[in-house]
Design a binder for this molecule. Structure first.
Ligand SMILES: [Zn+2]
Length: 103
């Protein structure tokens, strides 16, 4: 009998990390899921790019972590908070490209 492993990627959304306790909680979440084999800690290969209206790169930055879901393949970026700047967790596409709205 094969045990079906499921992930919660589709239930989870992008989240701002506005407190140290939330940061600790999310960090622990990924650590636990990695031990269970659900997520993989993979190297950050690409920066997040922000474009202006003329498709010029205005700014770019690297998230602190990339996590890849072993179940559904979803790629997640984790930016640690640097208070007062919030941290953030958000989804990337399979090529590591971010399609979210401007922050
Ligand atoms: Zn998943």
């Amino acid at each position: 009998m094969v045990e079906k492993i499921s992930c919660k990627c589709s239930d989870r959304y992008e989240i701002d990390i506005d407190s140290y306790s939330l940061y600790e909680e999310l960090k622990k979440f990924f650590e636990t899921e990695i031990l269970k084999g659900i997520y993989e800690d993979i190297p950050v290969l690409k920066p997040i790019l922000l474009f202006d209206d003329f498709k010029n790169v205005v700014t770019q930055w690297y998230p602190d972590k990339w996590y890849k879901c072993s179940v559904c393949g979803q790629l997640w970026a984790f930016e640690y908070p640097d208070f007062p700047a919030f941290g953030r967790i958000y989804k990337l596409d399979n090529n590591g490209i971010w399609h979210g709205a401007c922050r």
